[in-house]
Design a binder for this molecule. Structure first.
Ligand code: C2E
Ligand code: MG
Ligand code: MG
Length: 674
């Protein structure tokens, strides 16, 4: 995974310069310090107190949570180091600052390059403060100051501000070089974050210097406001953190996402390559998980998904939760980088999540929008990534990048959804039946029920268009009810007329993850007085893999009732036959893409032949879908006792056409319709 671009050479030169300047400054200071004056004029107890306080301020820094996993803390050594400048001279202050720096290094086991940089940085920031202080107060920066007046305190405050600014600039420059980002922007970001707390600390330094000349008690009493500052800062930071973060996952929330997008947009203006990119991610069928397994498991899923996303997102990306099952990722990169991140995070969900001893396969869809291509501000990026996400859900491409046509399409689809809802409400859908033929005898042994919709304005709308719409919106339950009721009524009629037929009905992923499906099927069969053994439910491999654990339960219960299960479009998913066999299915429908060419294409014939042989050996019934001509029919018939379905044997037709067909077959028993 490519990291943020590094330029080690320039960064290392910079670190070297800071360190060399710091060491030289320190050496000169040590040599030039009038140590006899320091020893004589500095109150020993005050120096000891300030030094200890400086060290304590780094042992117990104020912890500011910045994100769920990453912590940022603020040491409080600065005011005491600052106070040491007038009390004991700049060199003593440098020694205190260096000691505090080493303490931090030891606590965090920081790498050597950073330690070397810190040494230089620590000396230089004190030197800057001392120089500004001495210039304003009119004293020698290296000697202790003696009596302290208002002018000295004011000078010290100015020195403190200079110290904070110098420190931030040195650090921001290092980060800017490491991450190739503009210095000014970084410096501004950090100043905003730290400036208020630093200013409070500088004021503490002023008070400490003043009190140092009035005895130890004053200094000790100063401990109280410093401790209070610690507590309040920590509380404030926690509240600020809570306001910007999602409680459940610790990720940034919608507000923080907006800030981050705006910040990224303003930096990217300085960059030649495009960006930032926004990935919106939504879990598929999360509501079903929540409903069936309870909210505790639902929460567990969200936490686990958050972990996966954070783990998979590269350093140039940050992950947020927008609420519900929606996540967002800001990518500091252009279109291809953002698409890569989107694909990678979706792929990270391909292995099941462990939640409460359950292994759950949670899928997601993602929409991508990238500045400036798909919007120049945060609001339009959000809107367009949302449209792309909606598109990804409808088209099931999983990752979909915004395109202006989507907006039009989306409106059209929403309209179609409204119309479909109305059609279902009025039960305006009807069912066509496609015959399934025993290839050995040419007789119709079954029919597949296929939903048909005549749209009042658009005419016939194909199931490939409205079934996904129904699946995504939950209307699929109503659709299946209508198809099942109409088809079972027709089947009951055919049975009464003496025709033994199997009826195949297509069901969707949603039905497989709904534990109520078996009892709904049972009730429908009872209503029409049809035996369960006449019903075949067709499911796809993809539908099973959406939620394999519950699919297994539901399929088991359906078979228990005596209903047969067929795997539809076999060969287009990636299930192994061995896996399917463990699910105890009854029938395999080989997808028409393999069957179509079987009369002429030797490759297709090899695939179909081996599938037929294996399926028959496993005791499954085999249906070859999409037999379009006599050659394909003959080729499949030669493979064994297979059932054929396809235009060659009959297109999907109305119930009355099936009546005629069955009647004709009954009166011509020897008819060879092969
Ligand atoms: P499917 O279950 O694989 O249905 C077979 C599809 O193949 C039907 O398309 C049928 O008209 C078509 N077909 C049959 N023989 C041939 C042939 O020889 N050549 C070619 N090129 N195509 C052939 P249809 O009716 O458009 O249905 C498409 C898909 O819509 C179905 O695929 C099924 O997945 C879904 N569907 C249809 N009705 C329902 C329903 O009531 N519920 C659900 N959940 N899905 C349905
Ligand atoms: Mg089917
Ligand atoms: Mg099929």
């Amino acid at each position: 995974m490519p990291r943020a671009p590094m330029r080690p050479s320039r960064l290392h030169v910079y670190i070297g310069v800071i360190m060399a300047a710091g060491l030289a400054t320190f050496a000169v200071s040590v040599v030039a310090t009038p140590w006899d004056q320091v020893l004589e004029l500095s109150p020993l107890w005050a120096v000891a107190f300030l030094m200890l306080s400086a060290l304590a301020g780094e042992v117990r820094p104020v912890v500011l949570h910045v994100s769920g996993t990453e912590k940022r803390s603020l040491g409080t050594s600065m005011p005491f180091v600052l106070a040491l400048i007038p009390v004991a001279g700049a060199t003593t202050a440098m020694i205190a600052q260096l000691a505090a720096g080493f303490l931090i290094a030891a606590r965090h086991r920081i790498p050597v390059t950073k330690l070397l940089f810190n040494i230089g940085q620590n000396v230089l920031m004190v030197a800057v403060a001392a120089w500004v202080y001495a210039a304003i107060a009119g004293t020698d920066p290296l000697a202790p100051g003696g009596e302290i007046g208002t002018r000295h305190v004011a000078a010290l405050l100015a020195g403190g501000i200079a110290m904070v600014v110098a420190n931030q600039l040195m650090v921001s420059a290092a980060v800017a070089l490491a991450a190739s980002r503009p210095l000014l922007h970084l410096a501004r970001q950090d100043f905003g974050f730290l400036s208020l707390s630093q200013l409070v600390l500088i004021a503490v330094a002023g008070a400490a210097v003043d009190l140092a000349h009035h005895g130890l008690l004053g200094l000790v009493l100063l401990g109280a406001p410093v401790a209070a500052a610690h507590v309040f800062a920590a509380m404030g930071a926690r509240h600020a953190h809570e306001a910007r973060h999602d409680q459940l996952t610790g990720l940034g929330n919608r507000g923080r996402l907006g800030d981050e997008l705006r910040a990224a947009l303003s930096t990217s203006r300085h960059r030649a390559d495009a960006g930032p990119g926004l990935v919106l991610l939504d879990l598929d069928n999360f509501k079903d998980f929540n409903d069936a397994l309870g909210h505790a498991v639902g929460d567990g899923i969200l936490r686990e998904v958050a972990k996966r996303l954070v783990l998979e997102a590269p350093p140039c990306a940050s992950v947020h939760r927008l609420g519900g099952d929606e996540f967002a990722i800001v990518v500091l990169g252009g279109l291809s980088e953002t698409q890569r991140v989107a694909r990678a995070v979706l792929a990270s969900l391909a292995t099941p999540l462990a939640v409460d001893s359950l292994e759950l396969l949670v899928r997601a869809s993602a929409g991508v929008a990238v500045a400036p291509l798909h919007g120049g501000d945060a609001a339009s990026l959000m809107k367009n990534a949302d449209i792309a996400l909606y598109h990804a859900k409808l088209e099931r491409d999983r990752v979909s990048t915004y395109s202006p046509e989507f907006a039009v399409n989306t409106v059209e689809r929403l309209q179609l959804l409204v119309d479909l809802r109305a059609a279902l409400h009025e039960r305006a859908l009807h069912v066509a039946y496609q015959p399934q033929v025993d290839l050995a005898t040419g007789r119709t042994v079954g029919v597949e029920a296929l939903a048909r919709w005549n749209h009042p304005e658009r005419g016939a709308v194909g199931p490939d268009e409205f079934v996904p719409l129904a699946e995504d919106s939950g209307l699929i339950y109503a659709l299946t009810d209508i198809v099942l009721d109409a088809a079972l009524a027709d089947l009951a009629r055919w049975r009464d007329a003496g025709h033994e037929l199997r009826l195949a009905v297509n069901i969707s992923a949603r039905h497989l993850s709904d534990l109520a499906t078996p009892s709904i099927m049972r009730a429908a069969l009872d209503r029409h007085g049809v035996p369960a053994s006449s019903l075949v439910l067709e499911v796809t491999e993809t539908a099973i893999f959406t939620d394999p654990v519950r699919a297994d339960l539901v399929l088991g219960a359906l078979r228990q009732l005596g209903i047969a299960i067929a795997i539809d479009d076999y060969g287009t998913g990636n299930a192994s036959l061995n896996y399917l066999r463990r699910l105890k299915i009854d029938e395999l429908k080989i997808d028409r893409s393999f069957v179509r060419g079987v009369g002429g294409d030797p490759q297709d014939l090899i695939i179909v032949r081996s599938t037929v042989e294996l399926a028959l050996a496993l005791g499954l019934r085999v249906v070859a879908e999409g037999i379009e001509d006599a050659d394909a029919g003959a080729a499949v018939r030669a493979l064994g006792p297979v059932i054929g379905q396809g235009y060659h044997y009959g297109r999907p037709m109305s119930a009355s056409e099936i009546d005629l067909r069955l009647g004709a077959e009954a009166s011509t028993p020897a008819l060879d319709r092969r």
